[in-house]
Design a protein around this ligand. Structure first.
Ligand code: NAD
Ligand code: UDP
Length: 317
């Protein structure tokens, strides 16, 4: 019998790539998604491959899936900071009620549970780089907390299900990931900068641009997630790329790689508690899973620019 996975959030950016990988690995896949930030186009393309089903459903409501399920994978949550003030309650509910309903499904089916947590659980970190033992610095009253605290709650709930009911769980703390299939209007920095550069608009650097991030190409992330899911480890593990770059340098790089004549325009920070530095410590995931990213930033951005060129050419920007 082929293994069968339920992928909540499978219509989104990471979801598309992860479902593709599962199908390549011989899995049957059931995508569960309410299309809040995912696309029907992704679903249509995945359904065109055999062995994939789609259930349009909000994971905040209980869900029943007929037939055996070996893995429940929780990617279902809006992830762009632009959404933190647009749909804050929906984000908190996806993290809390959504994770609860998916854990109940895993318990009922005796399935393993893979969860997409985030570097945001470290908040605006006071230590650098961030290792998995760091408990974080989240401003619980700030606008980012809907996501940060939601994801922290989800991690605790997952550990609790593991301890109380013994279900096998795997938690990945994903650091900024980018690549083809990002939506042009997603609001995150790489999609914004690529679209702005390719359409001759100014690149909108928020704040002074000295804040840093480490960007992981999506194929590398998928490799890490797949290794974690098929391992015996609960984690949490950081999964990302440790190549650190400031937002200002990123803007300059994307202007250069796209051959754009766009200028840089400075705008206020979207949220006052925008993390100032972020970098994953990857020694633990490397030791346990042999995971290390292989795609450098220039290569990944070239591929992402190519995706956005096609999107713009087809009038979807
Ligand atoms: P995305 O917005 O493209 O994907 C999220 C998917 O979840 C979408 O298809 C959306 O429609 C679906 N969804 C949202 N709420 C739902 C609900 N209540 N019920 C059913 N479906 C719902 O974002 P992404 O970047 O692909 O992120 C996927 C997961 O990875 C998220 O959980 C996110 O928190 C996590 N993550 C992503 C990053 C990153 O850099 N991309 C970093 C850290 C964590
Ligand atoms: N950012 C920016 N311009 C944009 C979008 C984002 O300068 O058009 C900055 C943002 O303030 C943050 C960094 O880029 O410091 C990464 O933002 P993103 O929204 O991609 O993810 P985050 O790491 O904040 O979750």
């Amino acid at each position: 019998m082929r293994p069968r996975a339920v992928v909540a959030g499978g219509a989104g950016f990471i979801g598309f790539h992860f479902v593709s990988r599962l199908l390549d690995e011989g899995f049957d896949v059931v995508i569960v998604d309410n299309l809040a930030t995912g696309t029907r186009r992704n679903v249509t393309e995945l359904l065109a491959q055999n062995r994939c089903e789609f259930v349009e459903h909000d994971v905040c409501q209980p869900l029943g899936i007929s037939g055996p399920v070996d893995y429940v994978i929780n990617l279902a949550c809006p992830a762009s900071p632009a959404d933190f003030s647009r749909i804050p309650v929906e984000i908190m509910r996806s993290c809390s009620e959504g994770t609860y309903n998916l854990l109940e499904l895993a318990l009922h089916k005796q399935a393993e549970f893979l969860h997409a947590s985030t570097s945001e659980i470290y908040g605006d970190p006071e230590i650098h780089p961030q290792h998995e033992d760091y408990t974080g610095n989240v401003n619980i009253a700030g606008p980012r907390a809907v996501y940060d605290e939601g994801k922290r709650y989800a991690e605790t709930l997952i550990h609790t299900y593991h301890r109380q009911f013994g279900i096998p769980v795997h938690i990945a703390r994903i650091f900024n990931t980018y690549g083809p299939r990002m939506r042009p209007d997603d609001g995150r920095v790489i999609s914004n900068f690529c679209v702005q550069a390719l359409t001759g608009q100014p690149l909108t650097v928020y704040g002074d641009g000295r804040q840093t991030r480490c960007f992981c190409y999506v194929d590398d992330l998928v490799e890490g997630l797949f290794r974690l899911m098929t391992s015996e480890y609960a984690g949490p593990f950081n999964i990302g790329n440790s190549e650190e770059i400031s937002v200002q340098q990123l803007a300059e790089k994307i202007i250069k790689l796209s051959g754009s004549s766009s200028q840089i325009e400075y705008q206020p920070l979207l949220h006052p508690d925008d993390p100032k530095r972020r970098q994953p410590a990857l020694d633990r995931v490397k030791d346990a899973l042999g995971f290390a990213p292989v795609t450098d930033l220039d290569t990944g951005i070239e591929r992402t620019l190519e995706w956005f060129r096609q999107v713009i050419a087809h009038g979807r920007a």
